[in-house]
Ligand binder design. Structure first.
Ligand SMILES: *Cc1c(COP(=O)(O)O)cnc(C)c1O
Length: 362
């Protein structure tokens, strides 16, 4: 068996230890004689799995008691609708558009109310985070929405926007658990887990209790899209993405063992620095994001020559570095270096890039 260095933006690399453990438990989970996949979500064994997963996540992120943790389905994209449907009491929301995912959320919210784009970085292909210290926040905005780490463009908010007292809602899909976070600064933090936590099919929503209405303000909101329903049922209103949650739980335990989010931040900074330092000195490769807004998780870069980019991606693949092709809307390359990417993966990639540069620099 040989494992590649997988730089996919998502679904993405998971800790090998977690995968091995899941493999060991595949046929017989802790003496139950069945796989977690085959188990009732109402069983005692599963109850322990989901409760422990929630508690471990609470410990890792230091989630206060007045926040609910929901394990839902539908991916991050489902939240683009669920957020306005549940939160738009005044029918108004402000969006900061820093990439495709924020833009999609902004467009979806328009179905449910008056949505203002209060800042954007689209003028420069989303290569920076706009100054958000004094934005024209709407008087009656129900919330201010951001995508905190822009998976496709490789930017990240280093300071959260000044929302002037309004509720902050953040899509953290691609920076989930990559560094410590002060949950109290947000009304809602959510993310699809397939970037940094687990298998696709689970989205985690951390929401302050007072934001969950008894009845969603949008008429005829489907039961399945009602936060209150899932919150009251502790994510067991219907069959949850049971196996996915089990893997997430294992990743939470792995993170705790690794030293928690402070340790992850140090690890991630170290990894990202190796790559960014090389990009800054390289005569062939160049990063596409302004240095102050660079993501620790997604690192886009180009040579400036589409043919050479394609050659690089091809040769990199042959050398065991997978999924380095940039997003179809950006081109070039992108290395996603999530929590589970080992430091050797980045070191070896940089070694390979140096070799490629030596061979191809004219
Ligand atoms: C991948 C991604 C999404 C979309 O996630 P799905 O689970 O496919 O709906 C949304 N936001 C961000 C920041 C992402 O990286």
């Amino acid at each position: 068996m040989s494992r590649v260095y997988n730089f996919s933006a998502g679904p993405a690399v998971l800790p090998e230890e977690v995968l091995r453990e899941a493999a060991d438990e595949m046929l017989d989970y802790k003496g139950t004689g069945m796989s977690v996949m085959e188990m009732s979500h109402r069983s005692k064994a599963y109850d322990t799995i989901i409760k422990e997963a929630e508690q471990d996540l609470r410990d890792l992120m230091n989630i206060p008691d007045n926040y609910k943790v929901l394990f839902l389905q539908g991916g991050a994209s489902q939240q683009f609708a669920m957020i306005p449907m549940n939160l738009m009491k005044n029918g108004v929301a402000d969006y900061i558009v820093t990439g495709q995912w924020a833009k999609k959320a902004y467009q979806e919210a328009q179905k449910y109310g008056k949505v203002n784009k209060i800042a954007s970085s689209e003028d420069k292909t989303f290569s920076y985070i706009p100054d958000c210290s004094d934005l024209p926040i709407s008087e009656d905005a129900d919330y201010v929405y951001i995508c905190e780490n822009n998976t496709i463009y490789g930017t990240k908010y280093k300071t959260l926007p000044n929302t002037k007292g309004k509720t902050l809602v953040a899509d953290v899909s691609s920076c989930f658990l990559s560094e410590p976070v002060d949950v109290t600064k947000y009304g809602v933090i959510y993310g699809g887990v397939q970037k940094n936590i687990g298998p696709a099919g689970v989205v985690i929503v951390i929401i302050r209790e007072d934001l969950i209405p008894d009845e969603p303000p949008i008429k005829d909101t489907p039961t399945m899209l009602t936060y209150k329903v899932h919150a009251d049922a502790q994510s067991l209103y219907n069959t949850p993405p049971a196996y996915g949650i089990y893997i997430c739980g294992k990743v939470f335990k792995w993170l705790k063992k690794m030293g928690g989010l402070e340790a992850m931040k140090t690890h991630n900074e170290k990894k990202a620095k190796i790559l960014y330092d090389f990009l800054d000195e390289s005569k062939l490769f160049k990063g596409t994001v302004v240095p102050e807004d660079r993501s620790l998780m997604n690192v886009p870069f180009v040579t400036g020559d589409a043919e050479l980019d394609a050659k690089f991606v091809k040769e990199a693949k042959e050398a065991g570095f997978e999924n380095l092709k940039g997003h179809r809307t950006v081109g070039g390359m992108r290395a996603s270096i999530y929590n589970a990417m080992p430091i050797e993966g980045v070191e070896k990639l940089v070694e390979f890039m140096k070799k490629f540069e030596a061979e191809n620099l004219k």
